[in-house]
Write a protein that binds this ligand. Structure first.
Ligand code: ACM
Length: 555
């Protein structure tokens, strides 16, 4: 039976059984621990079909075709610890019920995502468009589990702020694709997005910039509208809880010691004030790798310990075991010139500025470990030595990840050459945001997170993979949608499904299943890139962002 599921499940069959029909008396029963999925089904399928999907009890026997038993006409959510933790089995039984059995509550939730896809595009709407129409699930017997435990997407809300509702919507979109990690890039040179009570200027000053470079860094165009925004601590709590209800872990990122001009603009004493006039800095208005990095002083360390104390409160250990401290693209010129930084190098007997960065990373690794968390950072944190328990996001290709895994560190593979979704998805002149390498839908489908040649022992350290969404050229949700979809669907299959080696992957079959997936994305209101190219309205910059005076710069 062809079910057009994305990501593809590990095993499907139908055993010649009958499908299942939802009707107004269909109920849901839930094993203890799976009530969250019960509520999720009611709020999504119930709303889409206008059905009560009431709890428990026995329904009428129409599905059974005979007298029926108690528990017929029911969606049963069950737990079976013999299954893999995120695995599930979905069956339509003898047509009298749907049963989703998960190895854990998360497995049941992923099974519920499969059920929604089996019900067709209308199941992705928020209210019925054809009230009273039959809602049937085909006969199904699906056994499924993910390839990797870390299936993520990073969203940069610093370069362009995305309002809280857009973030919540992205959590829904991740869940719909069985992705379970949301890496939340909250701070950068161009904006600080998280309220920190003890340091209010981080958002009062650091979350706004006076203007913005329009297009990529070589562009001559400016958007003179002030840009900014931040999440209050209650917004963050809501986002974290919403993610947890969807079995998504959140990895907050506070980027240090580079990418910190917004923080320095708010608190000039955080910068290298002995070599630059940090009081004159404002939140950065353009893109690139910034020379204004944190001063390696005790007071800077205490400041960021204070920030992280609030971060740990907001992102509890159960759903945020990892805290990302950035560590990428830290320019060292100011440290070379700064007497204070050189005194630190001397004081700690360090060889050079790279070791000074390592010293800062080690400090926060010890600090986080003492509080029951694990540090993760971009692969630059390998330079100058890395503490044992720290993990690495390998972005500059596979090399850093391979070196880290061989040295026994856990790794998330996110090489920019493959899974940076800000990069253009076609080489044509119509591409509205033509930056970076061309990475087509097929390129992403053929991405392999575990590079060949890695030893079995090292391969066990590849926790998984994530797609990264940097937003320099994405001013709003429509642009983010355009860059992210449909490629995130291909990425989800790479992260979840047991695909063969890249060259052997059946891209034609993926494309065929995508023809069933686009209507689901349409029903969800996703502004994806159409497979035939940008839609006419997407070619017009005015629809996707502010109007340009000329064609977008092709950098
Ligand atoms: C990065 O892309 N600078 C992590």
């Amino acid at each position: 039976m062809d079910m057009d599921l994305i990501p593809a499940p590990a095993h499907t069959g139908d055993d010649g059984r009958r499908g299942f029909l939802f009707d107004p008396s269909t109920t849901i029963t839930a094993d203890p621990g799976t009530e969250g999925t019960e509520r999720w089904l009611r709020s999504t399928l119930g709303a889409a079909f206008g059905l009560p999907l009431a709890p428990g009890g026995s329904g009428r026997a129409e599905n059974a075709g005979d007298a029926g038993d108690a528990g017929d006409n029911t969606v049963r959510l069950r737990l079976d610890p013999a299954l893999e933790p995120e695995g599930y089995r979905l069956t339509t039984g003898t047509g009298r019920h749907v049963e989703i059995t998960g190895g854990s509550p998360a497995g049941v939730f992923w099974g519920a995502q499969t059920l929604r896809q089996l019900l067709g595009p209308e199941a992705f709407r928020r209210a019925p468009v054809s009230p009273g129409a039959p809602r049937s699930v085909p006969a199904a017997d699906i056994t499924d589990h993910p390839r990797f435990p870390w299936r993520g997407m990073m969203l940069d809300v610093a370069r362009h702020f995305l309002p809280k509702d857009d973030v919540l919507r992205y959590l829904d979109l991740l869940a719909a694709h069985k992705l379970n990690v949301f890496h939340f890039h909250l701070t950068d040179d161009q904006g600080w997005r998280i309220e920190i009570k003890r340091h209010p200027r981080l958002t009062e000053v650091g979350s706004w910039r006076p203007r913005t470079k329009h297009g990529h860094r070589a562009s001559e165009l400016w958007d003179e509208t002030p840009h900014g925004g931040h999440y209050t601590q209650d917004d963050i709590r809501e986002i974290v809880a919403y993610a947890a209800e969807r079995h998504i872990r959140v990895v907050p990122e506070i980027d240090i010691p580079g990418h910190s001009q917004a923080a320095i603009a708010a608190y000039p004493e955080l910068g290298n004030a002995d070599v630059v006039d940090t009081a004159a800095l404002s939140v950065w208005d353009t893109w690139g790798i910034n020379a204004n990095v944190l001063a390696p002083t005790d007071s800077t360390l205490r400041f960021f310990e204070g920030v992280l104390e609030e971060v740990l409160d907001l992102f509890p250990a159960a759903t945020s075991p990892f805290i990302h401290i950035g560590g990428d693209e830290c320019r060292k010129e100011q440290w070379k010139d700064s007497p204070a930084a050189q005194a630190r190098i001397e004081e700690f007997g360090l060889a050079n500025e790279d070791e000074l960065q390592s010293w800062i990373i080690r400090h926060f690794d010890t600090w986080l470990t003492a509080r029951g968390r694990r540090l993760i950072g971009w692969d630059e944190i390998l330079e100058g030595g890395l503490p044992a328990g720290a993990a690495v996001s390998s972005w500059r290709g596979y090399r850093g990840g391979v070196a880290a895994a061989e040295a026994g560190h856990d790794v998330v593979m996110c090489p920019e050459q493959h899974v940076y979704l800000d990069h253009r998805q076609d080489g044509g002149p119509d591409e509205p945001m033509p930056i970076g390498f061309v990475r087509t839908l097929e390129d992403v489908y053929r991405f392999e997170p575990v590079p060949p040649g890695l030893s079995e022992e090292a391969a066990r350290h590849i926790l998984g993979t994530q797609a990264n969404v940097w937003t320099e050229v994405m001013q709003n949700r429509a642009r983010v949608d355009y860059q992210v979809f449909p490629r995130l669907a291909a990425f989800a299959e790479v992260a979840w499904s047991p695909l063969p080696a890249p060259a052997a992957r059946d891209y034609a079959d993926f494309e065929r299943r995508m023809s069933a997936h686009y209507p689901r994305l349409d029903a969800l209101g996703v502004d994806y890139r159409h497979p035939d190219g940008p839609l006419p309205r997407q070619k017009r910059p005015g629809v996707l962002g502010r109007p340009l005076d000329g064609p977008p710069p092709n950098v």
